[in-house]
Design a protein around this ligand. Sequence first.
Ligand code: N2P
Length: 357
Amino acid sequence: MKQLVRAFIAVIAIALALMYVTSVLNSEQGYSGGNTLTVYNWGDYIDPELIAEFEQETGVKVIYQTFDSNEAMLTKIAQGGTTFDIAVPSDYAISKMREEGLLLPIDHSQIPNLSHIDPRFMDLSFDPGNVYSVPYFWGTVGIVYNPELVGGKTFRSWNELWDPDLRNQILLVDGAREVIGMGLNSLGYSLNDTNEEHLQEAKRKLERLTPNVKALVGDEIKMLLAGEEAAVGLVWSGDASEIISENEKLDYVVPEEGSNVWFDNMVIPKTARNLPAAHAFINFMLDPEHAARNAEYVGYSTPNKDALALLPEEISGDKRFYPDEELLSKLEVYDNLGKRMLAHYNELFLEFKMHSK
Ligand code: N2P
């Protein structure tokens, strides 16, 4: 009987020791949220092969979800109930999330590939010191157009969009800042203007654009413009580059009155469950070879200088998508206008959308 008790105690001891060793190993790997990583990114914004490679390299399973506007992403993360480990907001949204305590600091010692980012894209005003965010893609907002469908016309100014010949020919990206910003810029105002009279003037002007607006659309804007379903689009530069690679007749211009330059960075929301995997993912995406493949796949401009050096000259040398300092100096970054003013921009945008139906 004694022997049996001893054997029983030995078995329990071994089991406890094994449980202890596994828990130490697990906590060293830090995968407290299970071996998964939940990524929340814009639609059409990653080469899916890179996700598969990351999974293979790390053994972490990626759960991937997409959004189509900063506003949708912000609402979802702020309302809770999600477990995103990574999200990819733009500049002003990063500043807002920081202010609302929705982000966790990023441990730079776990991101050695940060050294590949061009210093021009680091330490920007929406996240001084890159405490909470790491550059992913950047670009501008402008007009993509098909000269053949508009009688050989080229575009230089936002105001040309109001040409009555363009009836039902314009697709607009479904974004509040982009559309209201375009209205303000066309009047010579800043796209961060908060003066109520200027905003109402922009709203009235946008309402006069509605006969020319065919639709406000998401990622399908690329397919529609490349397929010549409309002649002109208000788009993000990377979408224009994708469209032009599909249909070389089209061209892209950033209007002379000025426009928006934006930066989309990776962040770790406070909903994160797997910090080691989140850092590993950021570092993986910053590897120059991975970042170059990603840029080639999605068509957007990379802030990774060593990735840029790997891209073919026809991409890296294209001034439309890698604009020079002269053009950049005319562009503005969206400011975080504060909760109330951002809500007001959204309202004005919704009213415009109702009006264009
Ligand atoms: C990609 C969307 C890019 C977002 N489909 C520009 N901030």
